[in-house]
Structures are given as C-alpha cells and as structure tokens.
Design a protein around this ligand. Structure first.
Ligand code: BMA
Length: 311
C-alpha cells in the first residue's frame, strides 16, 4: 500500500548514457510529447566539456526509448543564435500548438542564459525562430492553447531581490513578448522556499491548467530539487486557482539521490493519457531519465484541497 501520488516505473531509469550511440556523460531533463503513434523525447546530455547538447529518442509505449544516431540540437555555429548558444543548449520543453511543436531551451553563453525558441513539425527539420528572453531566464514552458489570440508562456527570471519566482508573458507571434506578471512565488520555510521554476508545459484539465513545477530547498548538505503542482485558471492563466502545499515527488531512488548533482528530480515534460493518468518524466540527479505515473484528478485535488498561498 502506498500513498505516493507519483508511481515510479519499475524499469527506471529508462534512459542512460549507456543507451546513447554517441559519447555523452548524462541523459536528463527531457521533454516528451506524443507525435503520431510515437513518444518523442528530447533529452539534455552533458559532453565531456561540461557543456550540453540535446538528443532525441523515440518510444512506442512511453517507457522504452531508443535514441536516434545523432543529437537533435547542438549549438548554432552561425547566424544570430551562435553568439548565445556557445556554452551549450539545455533543458528543452516541447508544446504542440496548432500544427507545430514549439521547443524552448536554455541557451548558455558568456552573455548569460536566455531562452531560445525553435519549431519543428516532424522532429527531423528544426527551425530556430527567436531568442525570446534576454539574460537571465530559464525554465520556459508554452501553453498548448492561445488566450485572446496570444501565445502564453511561464518562465523564471533571475533576481537578486526576490526569491526566483514564476512569471507569465504573452506574444502575438512568438517573437515579441510582453504584458509580463509574476504569478507564483516560493513559500517561506516550505519545501520550495529557495526558488521555483516551471517544469512540464501546462496540461489542460477540467479544474484548470495543471502546472508541474520544481521547487528547491537549501540544506546544510546542498540543495534538494522536488516537484510540486499548481493550477492556473482555464481562460485566464495569470490567475492561480491553487498551489499544492506538499511536494508530489522527491529524490528517493538511488539514481535520484546520487549522480552528477545529488538529490535532484527535475521535470521538463509530462504526457496526459486518455485514461486520466499522466506520465511524468524527470531527470534523476542530473544523470539519468526516469518516468512515473499519476492520476490527473489526484494532482488537481492537491491544488484545490491542500493549497498554500500562490505568492
Ligand atoms: C538547475 C538547472 C537544471 C538542473 C538543476 C539541478 O539550476 O541547471 O538544469 O537540473 O539545477 O542541478
């Protein structure tokens, strides 16, 4: 008997560096979407330079993935993106909007970290669209629907004054973004008190847009990364309906507790299924990929019935 909201897959970890047909040191922080009858995973891998690239793996069932022979995104060598991707590309998120898969990822360079947006319709050709933030931003997820004709994104700017929080921003065309507002802050003396950031792109439920986010708690032994849930209003995602008071997943499996960075579960993607479950994918200790399943209604109930203040 378990009261765990997220049921870990018994075959974890589902993808590791041993499965990748080119040299990498980690496989983690992956976006996953359904494309036709395949699950597509875009995963981050460290190279031995300490910098990252993004690989692609495919699956029929969402559990057993096979990596393509070559990486999917490596730092641009020329054009306007090259200067901002020189230190690597990290932590992709993918959202299907209309017929395109929109991919956001962290672009690292000597200028800081900013968010790049690229798109694909087939996971073969990749078109870089725009650098959608200045430095320093990470963790940008795009909603799968538009609101009053505008794309909407959640992201996490850095700040020296405020604990790092989640903001919403809108765009008519994926290039120009504005009307930003802060929607959710870390809660003091709480599991997410140090900083929070969007994880998986929001999932539409009857109760609202479910956002699976990460929260960080600083200890004498370093930071612990856990996952939590928050609910945004369906027609106005800047409005928070509820933020779950307790975490839904914390590092417990050996490959979540120990690895490249200890005590990390970090999500960049989750796939809702027709039976009301959701497959949540997370990087364990910045080293391997894991998956677990939850019932969407349980996650929504946590936001509604055991809520903490949003900010
Ligand atoms: C964050 C990001 C993530 C990483 C996490 C834990 O700041 O760099 O990519 O998974 O730290 O190391």
């Amino acid at each position: 008997m378990t009261d765990e909201l997220v049921r870990r897959y018994s075959g974890n970890p589902i993808l590791t560096k041993a499965d990748i047909p080119y040299p990498v040191e980690t496989v983690h922080n992956a976006a996953v979407v359904k494309h036709g009858d395949e699950y597509i995973m875009l995963f981050r891998s460290h190279l031995r330079t300490g910098r990252s690239i993004i690989g692609l793996a495919r699956s029929r069932d969402g559990f057993k993935f096979v990596a393509d022979p070559k990486p999917f995104v490596t730092p641009a060598r020329d054009g306007p993106f090259a200067e901002y991707e020189a230190f690597g590309v990290e932590d992709p998120r993918v959202t299907k909007v209309d017929d395109d898969y929109l991919i956001t990822y962290s672009a690292y360079s000597r200028n800081g970290v900013r968010i790049a947006l690229a798109k694909t319709s087939d996971f073969v050709q990749l078109e870089r669209v725009s650098l959608i933030t200045q430095a320093d931003y990470r963790n940008t997820v795009i909603f799968p629907e538009k609101f009053n004709g505008l794309y909407a994104r959640l992201d996490r700017p850095h700040s020296e004054i405020s604990p790092w929080s989640i903001w919403i921003t809108y765009s008519p065309d994926l290039v120009f973004w504005g009307e930003s507002q802060l929607v959710m802050k870390p809660e003091p003396y709480h599991w997410d008190e140090m900083k929070i950031g969007p994880g998986a792109p929001p999932i539409k439920t009857e109760g609202g847009w479910l956002s699976i986010y990460h929260g960080v708690f600083e200890t004498m032994d370093g930071s612990v990364y856990r996952l939590g849930v928050a609910l945004h209003a369906l027609t106005d995602p800047a409005k928070m309906i509820g933020v779950g008071d307790s975490w839904i997943l914390q590092p417990e499996a050996p490959w979540e507790v120990t690895g490249y960075v200890h005590n990390v579960v970090f999500t960049c993607g989750a796939v809702p299924e027709p039976d009301g479950t959701v497959k949540i994918y997370w990087g364990g200790a910045d080293t391997v990929m894991c998956v677990g399943e939850a019932n969407l209604t349980d996650l929504v109930d946590l936001c509604l019935q055991h809520a903490r203040p949003a900010k």
